[in-house]
Design a protein around this ligand. Structure first.
Ligand code: FES
Ligand code: MG
Length: 585
């Protein structure tokens, strides 16, 4: 028909929105913009469909292998619908998928790769704004780190939690109940049939883990930072409200471009402090410590472990969510979600800062309500008086370590015991059940070489398994220390993120069997009870373990990764400095 025939298309120089970054590609005249317009016709668009409109990149972490993001292929269509409605031009970009479940040795190894990919795609293409689709653990910080460095207007669309799990008369939380029933299995309490039933009941729909694990912690942090629509982070992945939120996020992104509201206006020091406050009040994952420090670094904000410890002492835990509590993300959603939750701690927040959706957080929270005071507790009935994460110092962790003390048996929070040292995770797996080690409940399990360089990628080995013979006696928690991370759905008296790590010569590398280790959470200390002179002697005799990777991305990673206390970013990505915009010259 005439609408698609060559005569219907106007030749020559079109008028475009000259304020748009994409104008540099399409509208500046000359051979280059001629070529870009010709190639956009090749994509199937008439000039009047896109010229002068904000180009919105829809960054999609969908993949067939990622059950947490498998619905995002459809959801991207809703985002595009919203972009078209608002007068923008949506273009979908497939980007790396980081599946917490499937990717080995750990998707943490690839967080910075997705961050790098995100930043460079946004910079090198004609993009005016971005909608970021993700939610499985590392995807959220990775997409936001890259977008913060590119500093365009951007909206984050959380993938949303999956539906609650079910088994017989039990409600199951992903991760948390997997660990719990696996321990029961090792203790001989459940059989093959029960295990087969659990396998079908744990994960019932697309979406991210529906406990307050790492995924929900980070998507809640994104909402608290103000880079999502209000309430977005708790909408179940398969709820039709999720599709409506995706379309609204597309519309919002076009509006942000019109107003030139970039991420740097939203991701301020105040926003990061509020995200820390929210995460702690949620009893969220320890992984948030690393990711928020890294993300803040991309915004030029120096967030430290001490910020977490300082804020933790002022913030009560108010969300009764697994793994620490009882409920799941769907309950939290109907209880009011993050907007309702934030009203409970509004006095602890910086309410005059902007969000992508509102001029101030105050306006964003106006009218938000809590509908269930068991799921979202009132201030006078907290689950804990202090935030769930404590930062430890001492001769075993000069640059810090963290413990999620609300997820530990309280009797272990002040404990001295002899160390049982495992030089790496494989040795631990091979020998932990060997009765010859003579491990008692009072021992301290020590894992070395599981940090950013040693892992590499700081795998989630931090919830060290207990010996089967102790599980059979009913023991369910012991003091465990490592330079690893721990899954957000894990629990126990596990000291994590010890810095510097053992693979670079941190004191953790110097612990030997039988050394006494003292954990004192109220005093915020972790100590190796040996004389300084002995520690110095051992340090002088220490040699670094051989590097696992001699080439490729693994080598790049181990050469540039920073330690846990500074967020495990690559040094060359974290540092400030000039990055030329390719369209500016
Ligand atoms: Fe993807 Fe838990 S495995 S969020
Ligand atoms: Mg996880």
């Amino acid at each position: 028909g005439a609408a698609t025939g060559p005569t219907a298309e106007r030749a020559g120089e079109p008028r475009t929105g000259e304020r748009l970054r994409s104008h540099q590609w399409y509208g500046t005249g000359g051979l280059r913009s001629f070529s870009h317009r010709a190639r956009t016709r090749q994509l199937g668009y008439l000039p009047e469909e896109h010229l002068g409109k904000p180009v919105i990149a829809v960054l999609n972490t969908w993949s067939d292998i990622n059950p947490c993001h498998v619905h995002l292929r459809d959801r991207a269509q809703a985002v595009k619908r919203g972009v078209w409605q608002a007068g923008g031009f949506p273009l979908e970009f497939p980007v790396a998928t980081l599946s917490e479940t499937f990717q080995k040795p750990t998707p943490m190894l690839y967080r910075n790769l997705l961050a790098l990919e995100t930043e460079e795609l946004l910079r090198s293409y004609p993009v005016d704004g971005a909608v970021l689709l993700g939610g499985c653990d590392k995807s959220t910080p990775a997409l936001l780190m890259g977008a913060a460095s590119a500093d365009l207007p951007a909206v984050f669309v959380p993938a949303g939690p999956m539906l609650p799990g079910h088994w017989r008369d039990q409600v199951l939380g992903s991760g948390t109940d997997m660990w719990k029933y696996w321990d029961d299995r090792r203790a001989g309490l459940i059989g093959d049939r029960e295990l087969a039933e659990l396998e079908t009941g744990l994960a019932r729909s697309p979406g991210t883990c529906m406990t307050m694990g790492t995924a929900s912690t980070l998507t809640a942090a994104a909402e608290a930072l103000g880079v999502t629509l209000p309430g977005a982070s708790s909408i179940p992945a398969v709820d039709s409200g999720h599709e409506r939120m995706a379309a609204a996020s597309g519309r919002l992104c076009v509006d942000l471009v019109h107003r030139d509201l970039r991420l740097s206006s939203v991701l301020t020091r105040e926003a990061y402090e509020d995200a820390v406050t929210a995460v702690l009040a949620l009893g969220g994952s320890t992984n948030a410590v690393i990711h928020l420090i890294a993300l803040a670094g991309r915004s030029g904000v120096r967030l430290t472990l001490d910020d977490f410890d300082r804020i933790a002492r002022t913030v009560p835990v108010l969300a009764d969510l697994r793994p620490g509590g009882r409920y799941l993300m769907e309950d939290f959603h109907f209880a009011g979600g993050l907007p309702g939750f934030l009203t409970r701690i509004a006095d602890l927040l910086h309410r005059d800062r902007p969000t992508v959706a509102h001029p101030t957080l105050r306006e964003q929270l106006a009218g938000a309500l809590v509908h269930n005071a068991d799921v979202i507790r009132p201030r006078e009935r907290p689950l804990a008086d202090e935030g769930g994460v404590a930062v430890l110092r001492g001769n075993l962790c000069p640059d810090g370590a963290v413990i999620k003390h609300i997820a530990a048996e309280p009797r272990l929070l002040r404990h001295t015991g002899p160390a049982v040292v495992f030089p790496d995770y494989r040795t631990l797996q091979r020998t932990i059940d060997d009765p010859a080690l003579g491990i008692t409940p009072g021992h301290v399990l020590v894992l070395q070489n599981a940090g950013p360089v040693g892992g590499p990628g700081m795998p989630e080995y931090g919830m060290l398994p207990l010996p089967a013979y102790l599980l059979k006696q009913g023991v369910r928690d012991m003091v465990r220390i490592s330079d690893a991370r721990m899954s957000g759905t894990s629990y126990g008296a596990c000291v994590l993120h010890i810095a510097p790590e053992s693979a670079v010569g941190g004191p953790l590398a110097l612990v030997r069997n039988g050394d006494l280790v003292t954990l004192d959470v109220p005093a915020r200390t972790l100590r190796l009870e040996i004389p300084d002179a002995e520690l110095a002697r051992r340090r002088a005799a220490w040699t670094p373990p051989p590097r696992r990777y001699e080439r490729g991305y693994g080598a790049l990673y181990t050469e540039h990764i920073t330690q846990a206390d500074t967020g495990c970013d690559f040094g060359f990505l974290a540092r400030p400095g000039r990055t030329p915009d390719p369209c500016a010259g």
